[in-house]
Design a protein around this ligand. Sequence first.
Ligand SMILES: [Ca+2]
Ligand SMILES: [Ca+2]
Ligand SMILES: [Ca+2]
Ligand SMILES: [Ca+2]
Length: 323
Amino acid sequence: MRRLLRHSLIALCSAALHEPAYALATYEAVGALRDTGCCHGATGIAAGDIDGDGRDEIVFGSGDSQHPPTANHWSLLEFDGKRSLYQLRWQSPPYLPPVTSVNLVQAGQSGWLVLVGLSSGEVEVIDALTLARIGLLPATNQPILATAVADADNDGAPDIVIVTEAVTVLYDAETLEETARLPFGAPLLRIGNVDADDAVELVYSSGHVVEQAGTGTTLEWDYSNNGFGVDIELLDVDDDGIAEILATKGGGLRAFDAQTETTQWVRHTGKQILSFTVRDVARTRGPSFSCSATGMTASTSSTAGRCRARLSRRARDLDRIRR
Ligand SMILES: [Ca+2]
Ligand SMILES: [Ca+2]
Ligand SMILES: [Ca+2]
Ligand SMILES: [Ca+2]
């Protein structure tokens, strides 16, 4: 808990990262939005310096998967230094089947990729720099819930990881060849080292901790009777060199130790936690823990000013939790 106390608790105005959410609010505030969809960022928002100019670009999906007609495209924003705001650089044509997950990832020599997960279970792989479609991964026939790039099978090479409610599929990030299929799925997956062995684990919000070594799959901890929570992140909160599993459920925030298979601590916020991330948003020396306790997505309609005001109010709410 020491690290949590050392860094301030900071509220975010989006389920995604602070800066992209803020930039998206700025972008919408100037009225530059030309699409008529809704819920911008609802199917994913991610940032990265795609063109290497020192400034992040932002990729986000639009629409709400509960209302498929509107969940049908994604957009790329680029910073306009002259006007000091983000501008729409590109917007996809409408998709059918609808988009369910959008992510921007860095995949070794492949550079920056946009992964567009569809309700059909396919994932489009797009070169983020040229916007050319370079592959279509027929992962499953279930909606894509999440995507990631990490060395999930511990062979030293990056993998594209595709997650649905019931299955996880790994692809070689260079060749786009399928390399493994795991019988685990969940709304949310995090990948990191959460125990004493050097391998990274796949940590599912459903409560499964899985180690993949090549094509061999080992279930290392089954907490699925309870599940870790709605939203999970991995962070070494006790400075022992091994990440804990941080999870939110209702108004509670829990830290799980996968090595001892125990709950390390519980915090009750007294409010419904709707979004949560771990990020050095305060530019402190290490990662901060951040969450939104009252729930609002700035990327839908808020102006930058309103976003700031809500941020500060939430920061006070969370400061009370800290004490
Ligand atoms: Ca850039
Ligand atoms: Ca690998
Ligand atoms: Ca490990
Ligand atoms: Ca630890």
